[in-house]
Design a protein around this ligand. Structure first.
Ligand code: G3I
Length: 367
């Protein structure tokens, strides 16, 4: 493996942290290659990232923000939390746009498109939803109001909306959720019908997506997702794309051929695909030895290569935040980590350079 060192740096100030993985204030690379610039040069819409802003340390971390807001690095931002139900409709019929407006302003100032995320999910719901005493009819009205209000409010400041997020279990059946358990399987097409009506009322081209994990390679869940798309299409309800979350593990990442096959299946149905939440975590420490870094670079390479090889209907790749310091992984999978393309002191990892090579169709020199 070639270890790539960056020649120019900006300082990343650090506050004291409980994380023993952190080293003292260090430096951040600037200078190419730049991933969004490369993606655009290949006809893609973006290389993007999630960001958990506002309300977290990211919001005021100058070194993080320098990378995030540079249009050479990213052309799309996804809000990791602020547009979710519990934040946008904390009380029934009372909408809070403040955090999301902050996020949209930041993205727009940085020249980024925004994948608005998400409208209907089983998680991060307001207590009044999960604790309510609903009938199918009353909860359907809640769903309709939430979907139509947010789509109408932000209109085409959202490039797209993840209308439903993670509806399916591993075997392709619907997961238990307040929505499914109360309304039944009809909740799925009803949500997209309400979203379609809202988009048509705006007169704008706001794309409607289904977003999930475990649908990036052939299997029961992927087959079930194909069926959901066909069902919407048979009802003349809008569905523009599928978000392939792509939360993978080092050594357990689907091959390029498998990712390509799944993508081709979606595209054959007439929808776009996006890699929406790409990260590739180490199931165990250490996260930063040379062999592990090369394996991770290979896994990133083979994933982004699938998007490049499948053609223009894979419109872009978004990572689920870009540095290990702010990754969601350690808090959700204790003992796991190192999933992102920059380390916890904002140094680019071999995975970063592997992606640059995949985008350009070059062999991987860091894998
Ligand atoms: O808001 C509280 C804050 O007040 C408190 O001080 C802090 C203490 O831990 O927690 C904050 O809430 C956290 C929230 O993120 C906002 O930062 C929650 O504990 C934490 O569980 C929550 O995690 C988010 C997770 O979704 C929830 O399931 C992650 O940041 C977010 O990256 C993650 O994103 C999901 C996608 O939406 C869907 N696909 C999977 C992906 C990764 O889980």
């Amino acid at each position: 493996m070639t270890t790539v060192l960056d020649s120019s740096f900006v300082l990343r100030p650090r506050v004291a942290s409980a994380c023993s993985c952190l080293v003292t204030p260090t430096s951040t690379p600037s200078g190419g290659p730049y991933l969004n610039q490369l993606m655009k040069s290949q006809g893609k819409l973006w290389f993007g990232t999630a960001a958990d802003i506002p309300g977290t340390d990211e919001t005021t971390d100058p070194a993080y923000l320098t990378i995030l807001t540079d249009p050479k690095n990213f052309g799309e931002m996804t809000p990791a939390n602020t547009m979710k139900f519990m934040f946008t409709e904390p009380e029934q019929g009372v909408f809070n746009y403040t955090g999301s407006d902050y996020f949209l302003d930041l993205a727009e100032k940085s020249g980024d498109l925004v994948r608005c995320h998400n409208l209907i999910w089983l998680s991060q719901l307001s207590p009044w939803v999960t604790e309510g005493n609903w009938t199918a009819e009353t909860l359907t009205a809640v769903m309709e109001n939430h979907i139509k209000t947010l789509i109408t409010h932000w209109s085409d400041r959202c490039y797209s909306w993840d209308v439903i997020n993670e509806a399916l279990a591993g075997n392709g059946s619907f997961s238990s959720s307040i929505w499914y358990d109360t309304i039944g399987p009809d909740y799925f097409h009803l949500a997209y019908q309400f979203a379609t009506e809202a988009v048509e009322a705006t007169g704008k081209d706001i794309k409607l997506y289904y977003n999930d994990y475990g649908i990036e390679s052939p299997g029961e869940k992927t087959t079930a997702t194909y069926a959901l798309i066909k069902d919407l299409q048979s009802r003349n309800i809008r569905i523009d794309g599928v978000g392939l979350e792509s939360h993978f593990e080092v050594g357990g990442t689907p091959s390029t051929a498998d990712q390509l096959e799944a993508m081709q299946g979606y595209i054959a149905l007439g929808v776009d695909v996006v890699q929406t939440e790409l990260d590739i975590r180490f199931p165990t420490a250490p996260y930063y030895n040379e062999t592990g870094q090369a394996e991770q670079a290979q896994d990133y390479y083979q994933s982004v290569a699938a998007c490049m090889l499948v053609g223009p209907h894979c419109i872009g790749t978004t990572v689920w935040d870009f540095d290990d310091y702010y990754s969601w992984v350690p808090s959700s999978f204790p003992g796991q980590g190192g999933a992102d393309i920059y380390n916890d002191t904002l140094q680019r990892k071999p995975a970063y350079y592997a992606i640059a090579e995949a985008i350009q169709g070059l062999p991987c020199t860091v894998c």
